[in-house]
Write a protein that binds this ligand. Structure first.
Ligand code: OOG
Ligand code: NI
Length: 476
């Protein structure tokens, strides 16, 4: 039920995203530098490429671009994950997708909390890539028991945040003062702590098992480990990073550069070494690195068919490289990617006709002026210029890219082979609900936009029949 005095979850998310960005900018000055570089680049692209400007203006993405970012956190227990799902639900964020990172030697599986409807995404596309540590992968039994006991002992939410989550659930929403307090309280969960909850020796043991295990187990809570702005040209940012004192990872993850960007391209820079006080020290004599910087460029969401083609070409290029991409083989990797991806059509119309990507449909002025188009097929409406399309932006993540980002930040030496594989069922059991299939969401958005076009065209017909003037925006 939507109470008139309740603040919309979309607005709470928008405020939370801003509060998180302000906190992170204060904690990590390099983040501010990165944001400036991305803003500059975006301004430059919008000025020099009228086509991109037009595309982002018609989809409305231009308005969300400066707000757009994703963060990432890692949690240790089912209880933490399930409560996070409830916390994010207050802000209209649902768990979308399941990502298994174990094939890449990272002992976690993950989902992305985000808004699911295009209208909500427009208010705030804020997403949080959320990973759950798979403690069962710690082979040393004593260490596993220790890790479990540390996690069982901590509480990552403030008492006030928990009571506001319950309130939102039982009342159906939060009032203005409650929403303000919720944002403030929720933020505490993601804050950085300068002291660990373990001794230096315990930290070393956890870290020797896997650096990620130490990152989750040795601290009070799941500090946000990066916030990623969206750029319109990631190659420009990658090339300019060194001049700004930032060293990027060797290669950009995701598809190669194209005329028509697809999915997601990402690059990052190494985690900072930050001073930490362990419990057996009274000052910060140790250090821990977890927080890093990342930038991304988003392109079109692909259909299952498009995604299968993407995965095949990516795997082919990687197989041929025979190694993880690194400094030494970066040029060859880029060449192999370009070569393999030449098979992927690089025009919007080509991708639409072959059903490789999802689109949003719009009625054109010509369509509104045309009169009765009731029985004309979709493709013919497009062909005659009565409708036009823009690609739907990809709102999610990519498992191979995420693994590359994890690895570059944990140090490439941290390669582990795990015998187990994906376990979506166990993840969803911990989460307390199932994850949403992202492909179904894109298909729905596309379907809704087509439906809206037909409603708009039918309205024109009706208005004409009544002999009144056109009023295509007015639906019954
Ligand atoms: C998450 C790494 C993955 C992305 O954007 O795919 C990631 C983490 O390090 O916790 O950030
Ligand atoms: Ni990220």
């Amino acid at each position: 039920m939507n109470h008139p005095n309740f603040v919309s979850p979309d607005l709470i998310r928008q405020r939370f995203s801003k509060a998180m960005s302000d906190m992170y900018r204060e904690e990590v000055p390099l983040y501010g530098a990165l944001m400036e570089l991305v803003e500059q680049t975006n301004r430059h692209v919008l000025q020099s490429d009228p086509q991109i400007l037009q595309q982002l203006t018609s989809t409305g993405e231009i308005e969300r671009l400066d707000l757009e970012r994703h963060g990432a956190i890692r949690v240790g227990t089912a209880d933490e994950l399930a409560t996070l799902a409830r916390l994010f639900a207050v802000m209209g964020m649902q768990p979308v997708g399941y990502y298994d990172l174990t094939p890449a030697g990272v002992p976690v599986h993950s989902t992305a909390f985000r808004a699911v409807h295009e209208a909500s995404l427009q208010v705030s596309p804020f997403r949080v890539f959320t990973s759950l540590l798979r403690l069962e992968l710690i082979e040393d039994l004593e260490l596993r028991t220790f890790a479990q006991s540390m996690l069982d002992r901590r509480s990552i939410f403030t008492a006030k945040a928990l009571s506001l989550i319950e309130r939102a659930e039982s009342e159906g929403g939060l009032t203005e003062p409650q929403a303000l307090e919720f944002v403030e309280q929720a933020l505490e969960t993601f804050r950085w702590h300068h002291s660990a909850t373990v001794t230096a020796e315990q930290y070393q043991k956890l870290s020797a098992q896997h650096r990620l295990i130490a990152d989750v187990v040795a601290f009070k809570g799941p500090h946000i480990n990066h916030l990623t702005p969206r750029t319109l040209d990631i190659d420009i940012v990658q090339a300019q990073m060194p001049a700004h004192g930032i060293t990027p990872k060797a290669v950009i993850e995701g598809p190669p550069r194209r005329q028509c960007p697809i999915l997601l391209r990402q690059t990052s820079f190494k985690a900072l070494d930050e001073p930490i006080a362990f419990t057996d020290q009274n000052e910060a004599r140790g250090s821990h690195s977890a927080r890093f910087g990342e930038i991304e460029q988003r392109g079109a969401a692909l259909t299952p068919k498009g995604r299968t083609l993407y995965d095949r070409l990516l795997n082919a290029a990687r197989d041929e490289l025979k190694d993880f991409p690194n400094e030494a083989n970066a040029a060859r990797y880029n060449a192999l990617m370009a070569q393999h991806f030449s098979e992927f059509p690089d025009t919007w119309e080509g991708m639409r006709q072959q059903e490789l990507a999802y689109f949003r449909y719009f009625v054109t002025e010509k369509g509104l002026a045309a009169g009765d188009l009731k029985n004309v097929a979709l493709d013919d409406l497009l062909g005659s210029g009565y409708l036009r399309v823009e690609p739907l932006v990809y709102e999610d993540f990519l498992p191979v890219s995420a693994a590359g980002i994890f690895q570059s930040n944990l140090g490439d030496a941290a390669q582990t082979r795990y015998g187990v594989h994906s376990n979506q069922q166990a993840f969803e059991k911990a989460l307390g609900r199932s994850t949403i299939d992202e492909l179904a969401l894109y298909a729905e958005s596309q379907r809704r936009s087509i439906e809206q076009c037909f409603v708009a065209l039918a309205d024109v017909v009706q208005a004409n029949e009544k002999g009144s003037s056109h009023n295509p925006g007015k639906h019954r």
